[in-house]
Design a protein around this ligand. Structure first.
Ligand code: TYD
Length: 211
């Protein structure tokens, strides 16, 4: 850790409620007097929006390695131009998805070698890791029910079979188990307000430790 800011990422399957929780956490930290930057991957920059369009909406196959590199390219540009500068200014960055998404989706989901995916991402970001990662854990079948209600737009990753999403979920839980101090695992079936207060409590404690 070589910057005065604090880097929080949110992870979880599609439809686990990350964006709602990111907004609630941002509001709470802002009220507590912190400067907060909310961002996401893929698509946190102008270049990233174009990459996002390819990885999520391209009709037809993209080879798994090409997909991993597209997410890494988005990440490299995003970290260098948005995330690191904010952390260096001492701000709190709340980010929807980061390296753990690549490990879970491209590693376990697409069945690429996880350590290769990690190496590519770490090279892309010059080794920037989150200070805390919130994992919103949800059974993929329940998540799919929520999503079908919420969205009609075609999304390549969401359209994957249930087995893919089961692998993603297990991979996330395994990552959380290996790094229990970085991960905050929350049951995403709890009411929105209960999830929000648990995240707020844990993050506030970590920020106080850092101060
Ligand atoms: P997004 O619309 O942000 O979905 P959600 O609301 O579910 O977060 O879509 C991002 C999709 O991209 C999601 O299906 C996960 C996938 N993804 C990867 O496969 N690898 C990655 O490294 C990242 C950042 C996302």
């Amino acid at each position: 850790m070589t910057y005065p800011g604090f880097f929080i990422t949110l992870e979880g399957g599609d439809g686990s409620g990350k964006s709602t929780q990111a907004a609630l956490l941002a509001e709470a930290l802002h009220t507590a007097g912190r400067t907060v930057v909310c961002t996401r991957e893929p698509g946190g920059t102008a270049v990233g929006v174009e990459i996002r369009n390819i990885v999520l909406h391209h009709r037809g196959d993209i080879s798994p390695r090409a997909e991993a590199l597209l997410y890494a390219a988005d990440r490299a540009h995003h970290v260098e131009t948005v995330v690191r500068p904010a952390l260096e200014r001492g701000e709190v960055v709340i980010q929807d998805r980061y390296i753990d998404s690549s490990l879970a989706y491209q590693g376990a989901g697409r069945v690429l070698e996880v350590e290769h995916v990690r190496a590519v991402s770490e090279w892309a970001t010059d080794g920037l890791l989150p200070d805390a990662t919130v994992l919103l854990d949800l059974d993929p079948t329940a998540a799919r029910r929520r999503l079908t209600r919420a969205r009609a737009e075609y999304d390549r990753l969401e359209a994957e079979a249930t087995a893919f999403h089961d692998r993603v979920r297990s991979a996330y839980l395994a990552l959380a188990a290996t790094e229990p101090t970085r991960f905050i695992v929350v049951d995403a079936t709890l009411p929105v307000s209960a999830i929000a207060s648990e995240i707020r409590r844990r993050v506030t404690a970590l920020l106080a430790e850092r101060a």
